[in-house]
Design a protein around this ligand. Structure first.
Ligand SMILES: *Cc1c(COP(=O)(O)O)cnc(C)c1O
Length: 435
């Protein structure tokens, strides 16, 4: 088998996500035969550094020995059982652990990020309904926010290329200004700009809180917006506004959770606890689809009743899948055993040092939060993302820009030598595509 054979079969049999299939005529999918650590290997003997962690999900490398061993043992014990009326050790242990880590409890499971968004939105609305406030049935999200692409999640997502086509299917939600510091006026600090945006949110809630169930946001980094980063004070003020106006705060930590921003969860950097936290992506270390929504005792207790319909009846066949929960437990054990957050701080410093020469190139807004890096390429031509992607592949990197934003968030197991190599290659590719 060659890359080309498999790519051709894939083009006719598989409908690829986030892809205009016609583009695969000239840019066939990369056929990956196997992977190990930060490296992906194709059928033609080439290897590529997985610089965006398999779409932001991988934390501790491909074929991680500890996660592999845990999954193999779980396979010989229990693969899956329905979670309505049954329970099992992996889902209980994982729920206990997530409760300790987040300060929230009552873990409710889905299989993907978009489902976690749906669950949080439904729970928030249902909470207010159980309280006799069924008029609180609308949501507020941030401009350029991303919360998934199922019909409910898309209604709070503000990425035109994903949303506009389906607008007639979606229930309108309100978008308030994004605290993305790239949008600050000249002379305005990221913090001042965050405060100005927080005031806009407060003004909106002051006028509309009677119909608003929740504010949903991506804490600290808006991923799909192009790694838009913002000051933590926004979260603190958003929390205060939500308290003031009796509105829930839903923290979508699907991308930023599990150490990506430097703390286990991004909300920790603002010292706040949301009413709901949505988790997925890194939750299983990039092994199996799983998402979780955790919430407060106050929310949970409002559903606890003799009346069936006051309960949260959302049902999903693979809820709390035992294999996925085991992969998540093995992932969290690595955090406990290896002091990962501390080790990542040294990697962050090293990467920033290695990226210094980038500043001599025609880039804008170089930025970094924890283990996420990004910069923009001003006046990039329309074919920039494709051109960059192809040059990156030719230089041994799997790295797809988002519009004119180049971003990377490698697995945490990246070594110092690999950090230096990755930075060097990105600079080399930038030189190729901008000259
Ligand atoms: C990826 C992502 C989602 C959606 O998760 P899926 O598993 O792709 O449905 C939701 N919110 C954020 C912030 C994400 O990054």
């Amino acid at each position: 088998m060659s890359n080309n054979d498999l790519a051709q079969r894939s083009r006719s049999a598989v409908w690829h996500p986030c892809t205009q299939m016609k583009t695969l005529e000239t840019l066939p999918p990369l056929a990956i035969r196997q992977a190990e650590g930060v490296w992906l290997h194709d059928y033609d003997g080439h290897r590529y550094l997985d610089a965006t962690s398999a779409w932001w999900v991988n934390l501790f490398g491909h074929r991680n020995p500890r996660i592999n061993a845990a999954l193999k043992a779980q396979l010989d014990t229990l693969e899956h059982v329905m979670l309505a009326g049954c329970t099992h050790e992996p889902v209980v242990a994982l729920s206990e652990k997530l409760a300790r880590l987040t300060g929230l409890g009552h873990a409710f499971y889905g299989s993907d990020g978009a489902s976690a968004t749906e669950i949080a939105l439904k729970m928030s609305f249902h909470f207010w309904r159980n309280r006799g406030l069924s008029g609180k049935n609308r949501f507020v999200s941030l401009q350029h926010g991303y919360h998934g692409e199922t019909v409910g999640a898309l209604a709070v997502t503000d990425i035109p290329i994903f949303r506009d086509t389906y607008a007639p299917l979606l229930r309108a939600s309100a978008q308030v200004p994004s605290p993305d510091w790239r949008l600050a006026e000249s002379g305005e600090s990221p913090q001042d700009y965050a405060l100005r945006c927080a005031q806009a949110l407060d003004d909106y809630l002051a006028a509309h809180h009677a119909e608003i169930a929740a504010v949903i946001l991506e804490p600290l980094v808006q991923g799909a917006a192009g790694m838009a980063m913002y000051h933590a004070d926004y979260l603190l003020l958003a929390r205060q506004s939500c308290n003031r106006y009796q509105v829930h705060l839903i923290a979508d930590e699907i991308a930023v959770g599990f150490g990506r921003t430097g703390t286990m969860f991004a909300c920790e950097q603002a010292g706040i606890t949301p009413d709901f936290i949505c988790l997925s992506k890194g939750l299983t270390g990039g092994y199996l689809p799983l998402s979780a929504v955790l919430t407060t005792n106050a929310v949970y207790e409002c559903f606890y009743d003799d009346a069936t319909a006051r309960g949260f009846l959302h049902s999903h066949s693979y809820t709390g899948n035992a294999l996925a929960c085991r992969a998540a437990l093995a992932t969290l054990e690595i955090f406990e055993q290896d002091n990962v957050l501390v080790a990542n701080r040294a990697k962050q410093v090293r990467m920033n040092a290695a990226l210094q020469p980038l500043r001599e190139l025609p880039i804008a807004h170089p930025r970094n939060t924890g283990m996420i890096w990004a910069f923009d390429v001003p006046d990039a031509p329309a074919d920039f993302p494709r051109h960059f992607y192809q040059q990156a592949l030719a230089h041994g990197l799997l790295l797809r820009p988002l519009g004119n934003t180049v971003y990377f968030m490698p697995p945490y197991v990246i070594s110092d030598a690999e950090i230096d190599w990755l930075a060097e290659r990105i600079i080399l590719v930038m030189k190729k595509v901008t000259t």
